[in-house]
Design a protein around this ligand. Structure first.
Ligand code: C2O
Ligand code: CU
Length: 485
């Protein structure tokens, strides 16, 4: 009897009238087994690994009697995990079965700009788009999500997102690697569920976007996972639109951070917690004793010199995923002491230093303009970018096409968790971040790559810029040809 349980629901939120809905505080749900996004089927055609992804509408049951409208790839919510190896060519047949245009961006992937799936590659309702590229980067947990101009927050919030796991030959033996068994995707999103079941797009309570009180992990509330081995690897993705998390275990046990956005760290970093802002990933390995149960949580998060941390979700705490160890666990080898060889880019080799100031909804005082080229980069060059958030509230910074390394924060070495490859970095207010990256292979004077804040409200409202990668000496075009929307 669904409707009776409605009486247990408390209503919160401050928005009254005007037909606007309050956020519903869902009662603690009976826990469910963690859904594991299926590995996407693929076939090899003429040496190319081909995947099919269809974006389509769906529903989810959160509020009895009020189905929640959602969207997903190949299913009602989220999407399958695409998986391919370095050196393979891949093609994805993206079918848009929504009733509006969208796009699919391969977040963290090094690939030609016309395959990038940003705002210049919209896929109209009913159309398909078939990007193809060579996987040429280290093993990593990447992801995909829509990036339509001005609509990214809404599309991602509906559930359009999935993982893209890259494998390579250099990954050392000994890391847990059986998908869904001891190598487990953990996609975390907060939602504001409205009185009629829908995900609210209410960004009026603060400066940064949607901060919901309902947590979905791979699309499930309060899930548990049955651990069958001594060590388990969690691939954490913050797929929220605005919220930053601070992941750790309820008993404060140490875990090994083995990878950041762009792949394995040089060596594992022992940590008790890891902060992830929207779009950031972390792979962690945790050890368990037979029969024990531990809770992966998100605790209070240090957001830097933020005016009122509570207003930006800094005080919120969530249970994320309960890990239940079996009475007998298969032995796992210890985490290797050396994980990857990361070629350190050297500041002395950098062609120059560019400045990026994030404030309000602008970067360097400019709002996103699809027709404007903001930065021109030369192919093969190494650059240092100096990035800062001059607002008293959170922003982060994401660069397409490349993985960067953090040179310094306020002139100091970065902490070890920021010592590997990154494509997105949280910007504590008023600190100066220097990042270094090399722009390889792909050039185009007509199709730009993006850099932006990955708090999706900010991105949609204009906190984004465009860069082109040109051959040496290639003339700079006046602008970007218009994209048909
Ligand atoms: Cu994950 Cu330009 O985005
Ligand atoms: Cu921002």
């Amino acid at each position: 009897g669904g409707l009776t349980s409605l009486g247990l629901l408390a209503l919160t939120g401050s928005l009254a009238g005007c037909g606007r809905q309050n956020e519903v505080q869902l009662p603690a749900a009976p826990t469910a087994a963690l859904p594991i996004p299926p590995l996407a089927d693929s076939r090899v055609e003429d040496g190319v690994r081909v995947f099919d992804l269809a974006a389509r509408p769906g529903t989810m049951d959160l509020l009895p009697g009020f189905p929640t409208p959602t969207a997903g790839f190949n299913g009602p919510f989220l999407g399958p995990t695409l998986r391919a190896s370095r050196g393979e060519r891949v093609r994805v047949r993206v079918a848009n079965e929504l009733d509006e245009a969208t796009s699919v961006h391969w977040h963290g992937m090094h690939l030609p700009p016309e395959m990038d799936g940003g705002p210049h590659q919209p896929v109209a309702a009913g159309d398909t788009w078939e990007p193809e590229w060579l996987i040429d980067q280290p093993a990593a947990t990447l992801w995909y999500h829509p990036h339509p101009h001005g609509e990214t927050q809404r599309h991602v919030n509906l559930g359009l997102a999935g993982l893209f796991v890259v494998d390579d030959q250099d990954t050392p033996a000994g890391l847990p690697g059986e998908y869904g068994v001891d190598d487990v995707p953990v996609i975390v999103q907060d939602k504001m569920v409205g009185e009629e079941g829908g995900f609210l797009l209410d960004t009026s309570g603060n400066e940064i976007g949607i901060l919901g009180s309902t947590l979905l992990v791979n699309g499930a509330r309060n899930p548990f996972f049955e651990v069958s081995s001594q060590r388990v690897r969690l691939r954490l993705l913050n797929a929220s639109t605005a919220r930053t998390y601070n992941f750790g275990f309820a008993d404060s046990r140490e875990f090994a951070l083995i990878a950041s956005d762009g792949g394995l760290l040089a060596s594992p970093v022992p940590l008790a917690s890891i902060r992830l802002s929207p779009a950031e990933r972390a792979e962690i390995v945790v050890e368990m004793a037979p029969g024990e149960t531990i809770m992966l949580r998100s605790g209070r998060v240090e957001l830097g010199a933020v005016a009122v941390p509570a207003a930006f979700g800094g005080e919120d705490e969530f249970d994320v995923l309960e890990l239940r160890a079996a009475g007998e666990l298969a032995p796992s080898p210890p985490v290797p002491g050396t994980l990857a060889r990361i070629e350190r880019l050297r500041v002395e080799d950098a062609a120059g230093l560019r400045d990026f100031r994030l404030a309000d909804r602008k970067i360097n005082s400019k709002e996103m303009d699809m027709g404007r080229i903001d930065e021109v980069v030369r192919v093969g060059s190494t650059e240092v970018w100096e990035v800062r958030n001059t607002n008293p509230y959170p922003h982060n910074f994401h660069v397409h096409d490349v993985q960067f390394q953090v040179v310094s924060i306020d002139g100091q070495d970065p902490p070890p968790e920021l010592g590997g490859l990154k494509d997105t970095i949280y910007l504590e207010p008023r600190r100066v971040y220097r990042i270094i990256m090399r722009f390889e292979d792909y050039t185009s004077a007509k199709v730009p790559y993006m850099y932006h804040c990955h708090l999706l409200l900010h991105e949609d409202e204009g906190m984004m810029g465009q860069f082109v990668v040109l051959e040496d000496g290639e003339p700079v075009p006046a602008g970007i040809p218009a994209t048909d929307h």
